[in-house]
Design a protein around this ligand. Structure first.
Ligand code: PEP
Ligand code: MN
Length: 305
């Protein structure tokens, strides 16, 4: 009975002895992320994006939207549809850090007005990726959460800059990092005084070439949950890189104890300017939401409050 209690994923108050065991097992030094560590802060932290709680054991919020916004019409259309089918936060990216310098880099500043309109029309809070401090200044009074993408996980001046604000931050793991490095990066934001940090697992480089672009280790969700009190969400889109398998990966993330999901959806994936292959269309998203809702009931959660 005692050992079952120790391994509970969703509860609070892990025994220091068990956390020490986890740290040793994964050669993790918990002193390097003391503010993020569950040892210091046994209860789950709840971070609110707008009015939507992340880390609340009764809710499983979904952040959804295109990889990058392309036209105002498409953005408004998908936001209205997503609002109707279970999304709690709209992903409205204006800047894209692309591997290939010759591909679409996002619509940029001209989309700020589109985001304002979407927020007013749908009431959905807005998530945006910022690539640098100038982006932070441009969006901080408009959006509800800023995302620091995998390529910037160790951009310390950007981490410190968001740490000086109170804006909620989604911090993604870099493709080559371990959980301890992700937590050390979060520490930079927490240390600055901003406690509104949500971690997002999006997969790491696979050792061999495969049909998925990144490997998303499902063990990482419950292990990270034991190491930290911060909310943890999962991104099935970047790891699967293929819309036909994303619904299954999304379900696995929910079943692995994550606090929410970040998923890419577009009105017409074939016409999208970025990440065509890995965008869900609206029907795929709606169907995934229906299945997710059934699954998370097992854990006593709902998609939104
Ligand atoms: C994205 O969310 O579109 C993205 C590029 O993610 P990541 O930073 O995980 O690569
Ligand atoms: Mn993308």
């Amino acid at each position: 009975m005692e050992s079952l209690k120790k391994y509970r994923i969703f509860g609070n108050g892990y025994s220091p002895k068990f956390l020490d065991y986890v740290s040793k097992q994964f050669a993790i030094d918990q002193n390097s992320f003391r503010l993020a560590s569950r040892r210091l802060h046994p209860r789950n932290t709840i971070v609110k994006i707008g009015a939507v709680p992340f880390g609340d054991s009764k809710v499983f919020p979904v952040i959804a939207g295109p990889c990058g916004l392309d036209t105002k019409e498409n953005a408004i259309k998908i936001a209205n549809l997503l609002k109707k089918s279970g999304a709690s936060v709209f992903r409205g990216f204006l800047w894209k850090g692309r591997t290939d310098a010759y591909t679409f880099q996002g619509v940029g500043e001209k989309g700020l007005g589109w985001l304002e309109e979407i927020k007013n029309r749908t009431g959905l809070p807005i998530d945006i990726e910022i690539l640098n401090e100038q982006h932070l200044d441009l969006v901080k009074d408009l959006v509800d959460v800023v995302q620091i993408g995998s390529r910037n996980m160790q951009n310390y001046s950007l981490l410190k800059a968001v740490g000086r604000t109170n804006i909620p931050v989604i911090l993604k793991n870099s493709p080559g990092s371990g959980l301890d490095e992700l937590l050390c990066a979060a520490e930079y934001i927490l240390k600055g005084g901003n406690r509104n940090v949500i971690l997002c697992l999006r997969g790491t480089k696979p050792l061999t070439g495969s049909f998925s672009r990144f490997s998303l280790d499902m063990c990482a969700f419950p292990i990270l949950k034991q190491l930290t009190h911060l909310p943890i969400i999962g991104d099935p889109t970047q790891s699967a890189n293929n819309a036909t398998i994303i619904p299954n990966v999304a379900m696995s993330i929910a079943a692995s104890g994550a606090d929410g999901l970040l998923v890419e959806v577009h009105t017409n994936p074939k016409e999208a300017l970025t990440d065509k292959k890995q965008l869900l269309d609206y029907n795929q998203f709606r169907q995934t939401s229906i299945y997710l809702n059934k699954l998370i009931k097992i854990y006593g959660k709902k998609l939104s409050k």
